[in-house]
Design a protein around this ligand. Structure first.
Ligand code: ADP
Ligand code: MG
Length: 478
């Protein structure tokens, strides 16, 4: 029966060495590591198995410190195979004195290090990857946040700081409610059941910034589950989509405008011919009657018709190119604009104050100015349906040392709230329902800019002094 050494079954190399390095015993695993037969090993000293550097190290440091401490762990050495291949190993060593002859013996456990080197390299690489990933998250322009199962913010990156305006110190530990208004949050709340079921959730929502702005965002939530059904945390990637939304809205507005423009020009075109016909017919009628009462009726009809023509040519006109610029007597323009609204303003009990007579002439596109004033007076009229005062003032002034004409249109009407003031120049923004187009101020601002002017609006809803003041400045020498 062959003599089976139980140590041969060990996975690591085991070695017994005399004080001078003579190998006394070696198991099969060690023989495999150094690629030699077990019996051949018993003829050798361990130094012969070491590379030159390792042999030197063995003699000068390994042995002396082993003698000193009695044990050594995780020492790395290099062994040589007969073909000259170097095998890196880790060695644990133990010094024992044999009772019988007081001789020292060294017991060595030898582990091939290749595998371990590979693990270490792997570990290093994955740590580096994790660091790179963390850096990516830190610097992302999207908000990437980790939250507890109770929606408490646990991490906060640069993107989150940029989008929401809170620093990490401000945000960490707070609830997700910090970022989402009640309504939006209710919506998010309903998504928690989805998260608990382990599903991702993607939503569009309105978020609040620290400065109190509303931000359009897209939110992607990913649950982190432990056992099925146990939500331990979740992560949120939040992207600011405000710009994208604005662009989409602008595109939509542009499309709406184009169709309104087409509609308006076709209506005014269709209206002009019958209007001209009726105007002529009324003129003929007027010349054929002598009864003063009937004549008065026809004249009223003519006046009303003139108003319809005005509306057709002004209100429905879209950016029709004005004829060239000229010296314009603003007082005359103001008079003609007020003329159009005279009857209606009177009927509403609005007192009209016209302080434009002393205004110097302005070099501008006359039709633009007429259109602007018409829009402003129309708005003032709408705001003073139950009486009040409308004042138009035109003056030559200096604004930042530049000679200007300042036109002030103020009314004591209803005034505007904050939301209206914020959205005034948006096309199609109107608080008048079907009665408004929401184009008046939007077009006016364009026309003002075309004449190098500026517009400023102040308004108050305070019951004691409600009303709106609109100030325009136009430089005189452009
Ligand atoms: P529209 O008159 O067709 O509504 P505008 O662009 O002219 O469109 O005006 C936009 C909105 O601004 C109005 O709906 C109104 O709410 C507000 N507004 C403008 N001028 C005044 C004013 N003088 N007084 C009160 N509100 C005003
Ligand atoms: Mg208007």
């Amino acid at each position: 029966m062959p003599n089976v050494n139980p140590l041969d079954e060990a996975a690591c190399g085991l070695l017994e060495v005399a004080a001078d390095g003579q190998i006394v015993a070696a198991n099969a695993a060690f023989a495999r590591i150094v690629d030699r037969g077990s019996s051949a090993l018993l003829e050798m000293r361990i130094q012969e198995l070491l590379t030159r550097g390792s042999a030197l190290f063995y003699e000068t440091q390994f042995s002396p410190s082993l003698l000193l401490r009695g044990r050594l762990e995780e020492i790395s050495l290099e062994l040589l195979t007969p073909s000259g291949e170097r095998v890196p190993v880790f060695v644990n060593a133990l010094l024992r004195r044999l009772d019988t002859n007081q001789e020292h013996r060294v017991f060595l456990a030898v582990f091939a290090a290749r595998q371990r080197h590979r693990y270490e390299a792997e570990l290093l690489r994955s740590r580096k990857e994790a660091e790179q990933l963390a850096e990516l998250v830190r610097r992302s322009s999207d908000a990437i946040i980790r939250l507890s199962a109770e929606a408490e913010i646990e991490t906060w990156n640069t993107g989150a700081q940029q989008i929401f305006g809170y620093s990490a110190a401000d945000a960490i530990g707070r609830s997700l409610r910090l970022l989402f208004s009640e309504d939006a949050f209710v919506d998010l709340e309903s998504t928690f059941s989805e998260l608990r079921r382990g599903r991702d959730v993607n939503r569009e929502a309105l978020a609040n910034s620290r400065q109190g702005h509303l931000i359009d965002v897209s939110v992607s939530l990913t649950p982190h589950m432990e056992a099925p059904g146990t939500l331990v945390a979740f992560s949120a990637i939040i992207r600011d989509t405000t710009r994208q939304k604005l662009a989409e809205r602008a595109l939509l507005q542009a499309e709406k405008l184009a169709s309104v423009g087409r509609l308006a020009s076709s209506i005014s075109h269709e209206m002009n011919n019958p209007l001209a016909a009726v105007t002529n017919l009324l003129y003929i009628l007027n010349s054929r009657i002598s009864d003063p009462e009937t004549k008065q009726l026809v004249q009223t009809a003519e006046e009303e018709l003139a108003r319809v023509s005005q509306v057709a040519s002004y209100a429905l006109r879209f950016h029709k190119q004005s004829t060239g610029r000229s010296e314009v007597n603003l007082s005359l323009v103001v008079k003609s604009v007020l003329g159009i609204y005279k009857a209606r303003l009177q009927a509403s009990g609005v007192q009209v104050v016209d302080e434009s007579s002393k205004c110097p002439p302005l070099f501008c596109y006359e039709n633009d100015l007429r259109q602007v004033l018409l829009n402003l007076v129309a708005n003032a009229f709408d705001a003073t349906r139950f009486g009040g005062r409308l004042t138009i003032r035109c003056r030559g002034v200096n604004r930042s040392k530049v000679p200007c004409i300042r036109i002030t249109v103020s009314d004591t009407g209803t005034g505007m709230d904050r939301t209206t003031l914020d959205r005034l120049y948006e096309p199609f923004f109107s608080t008048k329902g079907i009665g408004g187009t929401g184009l008046g101020l939007w077009i006016s601002r364009d026309l003002i800019l075309r004449n190098a002017g500026l517009i400023r609006i102040r308004s108050s809803r305070n019951a004691a002094h409600s009303g709106t003041t609109i100030v325009l400045w136009f430089p005189r020498d452009v």
